[in-house]
Ligand binder design. Structure first.
Ligand code: F2R
Ligand code: MG
Ligand code: MG
Length: 318
């Protein structure tokens, strides 16, 4: 039995670990990733440095903790305050944060991207773990907060829904619901795009598949619908955190992000103790490194424990 506190720390540390493992090989093909790491498990983390995925996740956690729930203006402000140009942000997210810095409202700045449709990139899903933890027992609020937090940078419905599905996968992992995860997510999903991908996951899990089949059916790219389902599949296919994350990164493509999302679900399910020690120890330290991320997870846990009544009455502010 994995305790709740360990699931909270496991999700945030697991996300950072997946990000750091995938970061040096982001954008590489499956073959190139394997030649840099190795076949099978037992990977040595190259340098432990995390990217935009974790930096934004830290901003989400900090804001939820400070406001005991969602506050859009504050979350956007933290994204801007924490921003480090060397962490590999997409140009569109950089532009959106710049617009907010210049005074555009936090929920308006991302609307004009991609011809007014907004982004369906995975940038909102990759940072959503703290929301999956804080609202793991309240699917409606989880969806609502995942959507609102996404809209800071990702206005497209499929970008927001990807974030909500990733958050709900983490919530189900916290609850220990691995077997029933796909049907629960199918019920939770709204768009045909995600319903179809979830149906494919159920079929793909029925027998051994090659990596090429998985990439062809689920994707390994930057669109939320080509990476959120892949992370979920990577988690469901294996019985350990290590095997899932090595598989996810080993698919190539958006390796840091698919690694981070797989690591968040796996960490929420297996707890911090399920993450290989040598990876946790190799994660970067410093002002916002491993110990700080762990502290944020513990604060989220205490908020969940102590403020349950307050949160269900208050929910969020704007
Ligand atoms: N930016 C990167 N990696 C690039 C190189 C990093 C390098 N290693 C370095 O250190 O410099 N990674 C990070 O960005 C991804 C998250 O992306 P986000 O924030 O969602 O970006 P964006 O631009 O909004 O969307 C990603 C792409 O999806 C397509 N797309 C999105 N919406 C679309 C729409 N409505 N219509 C058509 N296409 C759409 C575009 O191709 C976008 O560029 C993560 O991987 C993170 O790690
Ligand atoms: Mg990244
Ligand atoms: Mg990435």
């Amino acid at each position: 039995m994995v305790d709740l506190r360990s699931k909270f720390t496991g999700a945030l540390i697991g996300s950072a670990v997946g990000d750091a493992l995938g970061a040096p090989v982001e954008g590489w093909s499956m073959e190139m990733v394997r030649s840099r790491y190795r076949e099978g498990t037992g990977w040595t983390m190259i340098n432990g440095r995390y990217t935009d995925d974790t930096e934004l996740m830290i901003g989400v956690a900090e804001s939820l903790i400070e406001h005991k729930g969602f506050n859009g203006a504050d979350m956007a402000r933290r994204f801007i305050q924490n921003y480090d140009a060397t962490r590999g942000y997409s140009p569109w997210t950089q532009e959106t944060l710049q617009r907010i810095r210049e005074g555009v409202r936090w929920d308006k700045a991302s609307e004009n991207l991609f011809g007014g449709k907004g982004s369906y990139g995975n940038g909102a899903a990759m940072r959503v773990a703290p929301i999956g933890l804080l609202y793991y027992d309240d699917a409606d609020t989880l969806r609502d907060v995942a959507y609102k937090s996404s809209s800071i940078t990702h206005a497209h419905e499929l970008g927001k829904e990807g974030a909500a599905l990733q958050a709900f996968s983490i919530a189900l992992a916290v609850r220990g619901e691995k077997e029933g995860m796909v049907p629960e997510l199918q019920e939770f999903a709204r768009s045909e795009v995600y319903k179809k991908k979830l149906g494919k996951i159920a079929v793909l899990l029925q027998k051994e598949r090659t990596e090429r089949e998985i990439i062809a059916e689920l994707g390994n790219g930057e669109a939320a619908f080509n990476s959120v389902p892949t992370a979920l599949y990577s988690f469901l296919r294996f019985d350990t955190f290590e095997a899932s994350v090595v598989y996810a990164v080993g698919l190539g493509g958006d390796t840091d992000t698919i690694g981070a999302m797989t690591g968040a679900i796996g960490g929420a399910y297996y707890g911090e103790g399920g993450i290989p020690n040598q990876w946790v120890e190799r994660l970067e330290e410093g002002a916002r490194g491993m110990s700080y991320i762990k502290r944020l997870a513990e604060e989220l846990y205490h908020l969940k424990k102590s403020d349950c009544n307050f949160m269900s009455a208050q929910r969020y502010t704007f």
